[in-house]
Design a protein around this ligand. Structure first.
Ligand SMILES: Nc1nc2c(ncn2[C@@H]2O[C@H](COP(=O)(O)OP(=O)(O)OP(=O)(O)O)[C@@H](O)[C@H]2O)c(=O)[nH]1
Ligand SMILES: [Mg+2]
Length: 442
């Protein structure tokens, strides 16, 4: 994801690492960032607007002494890019059940697959809260012979229900599907539509009529991230015809140049709700502009991490943590402190991106899992008594039950935390034995 643009931008910043900042440096940054965006398939008009905004922000930013000049420039570039992609706030679809979602998009953009992924996602989200959702998938795609069979397979994979209309033309089929969904009391109807090679009047007319009958609560535009500049025209055409709430960008796992993601939000003023990163049912994740931009900027080096860490973490805290490890008397409280430091460094995903070689090998889903785990661990430790934190071995069954209730987790999750903690303790002992800490304190 974003490999192409990331290569362009990170080499630019590498070249500037030790430069003193003059007007000419700012011009270089602006032009080269602009060029990198153009080469990544961002339309010219969007690049121009971006450069104007960047120029304004670069000349207005007060000097921040804690950052090296180049870091400050990078930060302004970063902030401007995040703003262009809709801000760091994640977009959440507010679904009030019963609801319906219609997906539209060009042929092969990934509509049918996305329906399966949405069914999978909502099923799992509900299951996490101990609920069961009845999700119904249905298609009005009579354009391609096997299209409806494909949806049937996908619905099965996702564990959702499927209905095949008896009618064989889209308008009658839409009516039939709507009344079936009502009759069965489906909480969520996912409606698949036909795609065409190009936007044409026939297709637009058809999708308008379907929308008028189905009256979907939500309409999602599915966009293939590999289509580059053309995707904006597609989005505009669908917006004019039926309007849509948000986009799903698919095939982000391919060697897309990243331009579509960057240009979409600015040009359409609509959010990207999800990105799809593969063909499997679980390859759909909410879109985070800040993560996308970090990847685009390719700040994947430990140097950046260390510099960033120095600013964020107070030195005494670092020393306390190292001393605790060095003494070998490393308690759950120290472990919790370490986790706090990690979260202050930014999100878990930011950390991973800064580790060499990790940025691209860790999936969004794994990153989110890591972040969730961190939060859960913190909640567990907070629910323990001071004594339990020092001697976790006293956690018997009834204490475990109390902590699990307090933290809203299962006992297995407490087990995982204790296992991790044990590993950290052993690691600290190993380091102590190896003399690693000698010379750290003068
Ligand atoms: N690598 C990758 N492939 C994807 C992704 N999403 C969809 N695909 C593949 O793209 C192809 C087209 O996907 P479909 O879901 O059939 O697309 P569609 O928009 O329903 O196509 P039509 O019904 O013909 O209009 C399939 O081979 C999918 O497996 C993705 O995020 N990553
Ligand atoms: Mg399809």
């Amino acid at each position: 994801m974003f490999d192409f643009i990331s290569k362009k931008l990170s080499s630019l910043f590498d070249g500037l690492r030790d430069a003193t900042i003059q007007q000419s440096t700012l011009d270089t940054v602006m032009n080269q960032v602009g060029d990198a965006l153009l080469e990544s398939d961002v339309p010219y008009a969007v690049v121009t607007a971006f450069k104007d905004e960047l120029k304004k922000r670069l000349s207005n930013a007060p000097r921040d002494k804690r950052l090296k000049p180049i870091e400050q420039i990078m930060k302004v570039v970063y902030d401007t890019m995040v703003a262009f992609m809709g801000g760091a706030q994640q977009y959440t679809m507010r679904i009030e059940y019963p609801a319906s979602i219609m997906v539209v998009g060009l042929q092969g953009s990934g509509k049918t697959t996305t329906i399966g992924k949405l069914a999978h996602l909502y099923t799992h989200e509900a299951a996490k809260r101990g609920r069961k959702r009845s999700i119904l998938c249905a298609s009005v795609d009579f354009y391609r012979p096997a299209a409806i069979d494909q949806l049937e397979i996908v619905a099965k994979q996702a564990g959702a229900q499927f209905y095949r209309a008896q009618a064989t033309e889209p308008i009658a089929a839409t009516r039939e599907i709507i009344s079936y969904a009502k009759q069965k009391g489906a909480q969520l109807l996912l409606l698949d539509t036909a795609g065409r090679m190009h936007i044409d009047t026939e297709m637009i007319q058809e999708v308008k009529e379907i929308a008028a009958i189905a009256k979907p609560r939500h309409t999602l535009l599915v966009l293939d991230a590999m289509t580059g500049q053309q995707s904006l025209a597609v989005a505009q055409a669908f917006d004019a015809a039926v309007g849509f709430e948000a986009a799903v960008l698919t095939k982000m796992d391919s060697d897309t140049r990243g331009g579509a993601a960057f240009a979409f939000r600015y040009a359409l003023k609509k959010p990207i709700a999800y990105i799809a990163t593969g063909e499997k049912m679980d390859a759909l994740a909410p879109f985070h502009a800040d993560r996308a931009v970090s990847r685009m900027l390719g700040q994947g080096d430990l140097q950046t991490l260390a510099e960033h860490a120095d600013i964020v973490i107070r030195k005494d805290e670092q020393e306390r943590a190292v001393k605790a490890m060095a003494s070998g008397s490393f308690t759950l409280d120290d472990f919790a402190d370490q986790m706090d430091m990690v979260s202050r460094l930014g999100s878990f995903s930011n950390l991973a991106k800064m580790m060499p070689g990790m940025g691209s090998s860790v999936s969004e889903a794994q990153l989110e899992q890591g972040e969730r785990e961190l939060k859960r661990f913190r909640a567990i430790i907070n629910s323990m008594t001071p004594k339990e934190r020092i001697i976790p071995a006293i956690l018997d069954n009834s204490r475990m039950n109390r902590v699990a209730r307090g933290a809203g987790v299962s006992k297995q999750e407490i087990g995982i935390l204790l296992e991790r903690f044990k590993q950290a303790q052993q690691y600290a002992k190993l380091l102590k034995k190896s003399g690693f800490f000698k010379g750290l304190f003068k």
